[in-house]
Design a protein around this ligand. Sequence first.
Ligand SMILES: NC(=O)c1ccc[n+]([C@@H]2O[C@H](COP(=O)([O-])OP(=O)(O)OC[C@H]3O[C@@H](n4cnc5c(N)ncnc54)[C@H](OP(=O)(O)O)[C@@H]3O)[C@@H](O)[C@H]2O)c1
Length: 198
Amino acid sequence: MNIAVLGTGKVGSALGARLASRGHRVLYGSRTPAGADRLDHRSAVASSDLVVTALPGGDVLDVLGEIGEEALGDKILLDPSATITPQTAMGHISAGAAAQVQRRFPRTRVVKTLNTMNFTIMVDPLASVPAATVFVSGDDAAAKTVVTALLGDLGWPDTGIIDLGDIDTATATEQAGSLYFATVRALGDARFNLTVSR
Ligand SMILES: NC(=O)c1ccc[n+]([C@@H]2O[C@H](COP(=O)([O-])OP(=O)(O)OC[C@H]3O[C@@H](n4cnc5c(N)ncnc54)[C@H](OP(=O)(O)O)[C@@H]3O)[C@@H](O)[C@H]2O)c1
């Protein structure tokens, strides 16, 4: 599938490389376009079916606003972002971000996922942990089916993928950011996953 990855940092690079290695056509959207596969945000989105917002959470709405509602249309938007506040050292994360994006762009099919683990785990879930859970939230069932297939391409087993429900449930995983950062501090290591065991 044609995928636009907005942001060329740790998450964007890791997801883009892994999805490309699985046969997807990946174009990056960047503030500093360079070459044939690193375009400006709008150009990357124009030739994609699915958009990944691998951007600082606080910049997602601004970047999408510049791209525009018309260009985003009914594309699927996979949102792994976290909005980290200045109080992050205390574990505070802004929640409700994906729901806000969905309200601002009602035609675009927002799916929140991959926001509860480090980027190395996102693309290699079972390499360092024996079981792994990834949560999915979104209003559009077909979009969630597409995203679930992409998660499979990244190595997530079906049994580890939990569909929490509509986009408002993304608030729960966004709030889990506090637990995530507290655990990173306690372990001194980000190579773990918050996993549901039953
Ligand atoms: N790192 C993780 O393990 C992890 C885990 C879970 C969730 N997340 C979330 O995933 C998102 C990406 O994280 P990351 O670790 O990849 O961050 P990062 O390494 O800082 O990369 C973010 C990228 O976004 C672009 N960017 C930065 N500032 C921007 C701005 N003001 N306006 C537009 N674009 C800007 C840059 O790409 P260009 O220079 O190409 O424009 C930058 O490389 C964040 O929301 C983060 O909270 C990260």
